[in-house]
Design a binder for this molecule. Structure first.
Ligand code: DGL
Length: 254
């Protein structure tokens, strides 16, 4: 039994799409969510910059005595998790990766689009995963600035962005879309207005199951059933962001 909190972070509020799965699977845990909106978006930053930001966030979670830290960000995972695991071998660090393996497992013959930030798509970590499971029917789509538009809730810009990005695939009969950035599940309906009905894949549920299993094996689950808080911290102290985060969390949990 371990009552310490779980730390979870993203470059902004997109990681809420991972947090909803953690709460569903691990409802007795306390969560501290860190949104690094001061440095958002990560997707167009260098590896060195992202490592530096993530290291700062890990220090924050160490000071809060977290028993596990979830990278609710594909970009931070792609660029920084290997270095952080080397630097902090005793910390339980859980990453988020584009769920491309799920195509291999559940829809190997489907025409697929993988959407992610430019940094994730170009990363060595993702390229390895992609080449390992390549079904020869996939398009890799780097989406510069998309996470930022979602983060800021720029509805009109989002609609035209997606039309430009995905419009050329309308006649391709795309069946599967891998949402390789934690912000993207927030716009799945908008993606379908361009591509029509597709099946979405993201890492949320898998991460929750994985974390549950690790904590259970280590006897680190919080068994105290009293109602738990989600604490929110934003690196630019943006109050509106906090409100939007909790509104989204409530909507996702419906
Ligand atoms: N939500 C993040 C991800 O999963 C990154 C978005 C960004 O800051 O570019 O990749």
């Amino acid at each position: 039994m371990d009552n310490r909190p779980i730390g979870i972070f993203d470059s902004g509020i997109g990681g809420v799409t991972i947090l909803q799965h953690l709460i569903a699977k691990l409802p007795n845990e306390e969560y501290i969510y860190y949104s690094d909106s001061k440095h958002n978006p990560y997707g167009e930053k260098t590896k060195e910059e992202v490592i530096h930001f993530v290291d700062g966030i890990i220090h924050y979670f160490i000071a809060k005595d977290c028993k596990a830290i979830v990278f609710a960000c594909n970009t931070a995972t792609a660029l920084a998790i290997d270095e952080m695991r080397k630097k902090y071998p005793n910390l339980l660090l859980i990453g988020t990766e584009p769920a491309y393996k799920m195509i291999h497992d559940y829809a190997p013959n489907s025409k697929t689009i993988v959407m992610a930030t430019p940094a994730t798509i170009e990363s060595e970590r993702f390229q390895k995963l992609y080449h390992h499971y390549d079904n020869q029917k996939s398009y890799l789509l780097a989406c510069p600035n998309l996470a930022h538009l979602i983060e800021e809730g720029e509805e009109e810009k989002l609609t035209s962005y997606l039309q430009n990005l995905l419009g050329p695939f309308q006649k391709e009969n795309i069946e599967s879309v891998v949402l390789g950035c934690t912000h993207y599940p927030l716009i799945s309906k908008k993606i379908e207005t361009v591509l029509r009905k597709v099946k979405f894949y993201d890492g949320g549920e898998g991460i929750a199951n994985h974390l549950f299993h690790l904590l259970e094996t280590n006897h680190q689950l919080n068994l105290n059933k009293a109602k738990k808080e989600v604490y929110f911290e934003d690196s630019s102290y943006n109050k509106q962001k906090k409100e939007r985060f909790f509104t989204l969390l409530t909507e996702l949990q419906k």
